[in-house]
Design a binder for this molecule. Structure first.
Ligand SMILES: C[S@@+](CC[C@H](N)C(=O)[O-])C[C@H]1O[C@@H](n2cnc3c(N)ncnc32)[C@H](O)[C@@H]1O
Length: 375
């Protein structure tokens, strides 16, 4: 909202979509599976709840072409809707899949605790065969732990292995050679003690990953259990693909999504450790609006074309009159033209005050919510 922020009046802001920290504390924003793994740029789940209440009925099917960490699918499920999500990032698909699966929790817990036992027996392993990137970003001890747990995952049944991969990735994120105050955007590995702005004392970079694997195993089981009490028996499909071309397995009743903002985040790079450790398919060249492409005129034009293709492809697989809810920081005011280019009819444009951003992105921030219909 850079240009429009100054002109905003209190009455322009949709209060049902804007919360103070008191009204919506972190513990609620990160409830059950929503915090299974850190993820930059995700929805506040309560925002999706409001959209579901306003625009959908239980029993319908909600599509998110940019499913990311799966917020739309989780909330659609608890609301009683089927959900389809698509993402070009294999790690995001894994995460969304693990969050929304109907787990046999007893078996899963047994499998994950068995994995920890096997990891303890195996002990730290040598790191000679690890990639250059991993050797650069981890101490030998931490990397030895992560590689040993990865060896254990290879012997697990495929279902337990999927959850264990998310635990491994979360531990890998915490165990990087970075400062405590720069986990979101670390620029270079930090190998020596440093003054920590978060803890106001001298801290040392992490030398092991075992403690994270234990902590996150317990936390993951707890979060999946909490979600299982709310989870409904509804179809959930997570598709690893490019939303410009993906074929949907059933016709959605509408869309709730937050597309990547141009030039802001590299979604593959954000979870580089997962790609390096798990050998996931890398499709970063198909990411729309990546930070690495910047915000030049040609990057923005490519972004517009890509977004039109995504919404056109989705609209072609939905009935006319379906609701499309898009949450963006549309500072360049490009979305009305994108929706129009995709044949969607803009019905409403709301403004949401994002009162709280964490870490280095703290400060005043507004988002736009565009509500359109397929023609
Ligand atoms: C803003 S994030 C979505 C976050 C999501 N709402 C959540 O709560 O986690 C945008 C997502 O779009 C994905 N993406 C970028 N280009 C894509 C493409 N061509 N097809 C499908 N997904 C894409 C990125 O990988 C990223 O996960």
């Amino acid at each position: 909202m850079a240009g429009r922020t100054q002109e905003l009046l209190y009455s322009d802001i949709d209060l049902e979509l804007s919360w103070s920290e008191d009204a919506l504390p972190q513990v609620l924003r990160t409830k059950h599976v929503h915090s299974l793994h850190p993820y930059l740029g995700k929805f506040v789940p309560q925002l999706v709840e409001v959209f579901l209440d306003r625009y959908f009925e239980p029993g319908e099917c909600v599509y998110d072409p940019f499913v990311g960490s799966g917020t739309t699918l989780v909330e659609a499920n608890t609301f009683g809707c089927a959900g389809i999500g698509c993402d070009v990032s294999a790690f995001n698909c894994l995460l969304s899949d693990v969050k929304t699966e109907n787990w046999s929790l007893g078996l899963l817990e047994l499998g994950l605790k068995g994995a920890l036992e096997a990891f303890r027996r195996l002990g730290r392993r040598d790191t000679d065969d690890a990639s250059e990137w991993l050797q650069e970003w981890y101490s030998e001890g931490a990397l030895g732990d992560l590689l040993a747990y990865r060896d254990v995952i290879r012997g697990l049944d495929p279902s337990t292995a999927r959850v264990a991969k998310v635990i491994l990735s979360r531990a890998a994120r915490s165990a990087r050679l970075t400062t405590h105050f720069d986990l979101d955007f670390p620029k270079a590995p930090v190998r020596d003690a440093y003054f920590c702005h978060k803890h106001k004392r001298t801290c040392r970079p992490v030398q092991e990953a075992g403690k994270f694997l234990v902590r996150y195993t317990l936390d993951t089981v707890r979060r999946l259990r909490d979600f299982s009490l709310l989870r409904q028996d509804r179809r959930v499909e997570v598709l690893h693909g490019d939303a410009r071309r993906v074929e949907l397995p059933l016709g959605p009743s509408g869309i709730i999504t937050s597309p990547p903002y141009p030039g802001l985040i590299d979604y593959h790079e954000q979870h580089r450790y997962a790609y390096e450790l798990l050998g996931l398919e890398d499709r970063r060249c198909d990411e729309i609006g990546t930070a690495s492409k910047g915000r030049s005129r040609s990057a923005l034009s490519e972004y517009r074309v890509g977004m039109i293709e995504v919404f056109k492809n989705a609209a072609a697989q939905m009935s006319s009159g379906s609701t499309v809810v898009v949450v963006v920081n549309d500072s360049k005011d490009v979305y009305p033209a994108i929706l129009d280019g995709a044949g969607l009819v803009l019905q409403d444009r709301l403004t949401r005050h994002v009162n709280r951003r964490t870490g280095r992105r703290a400060g005043e921030f507004y988002e736009d919510v565009l509500v359109a219909r397929t023609s």
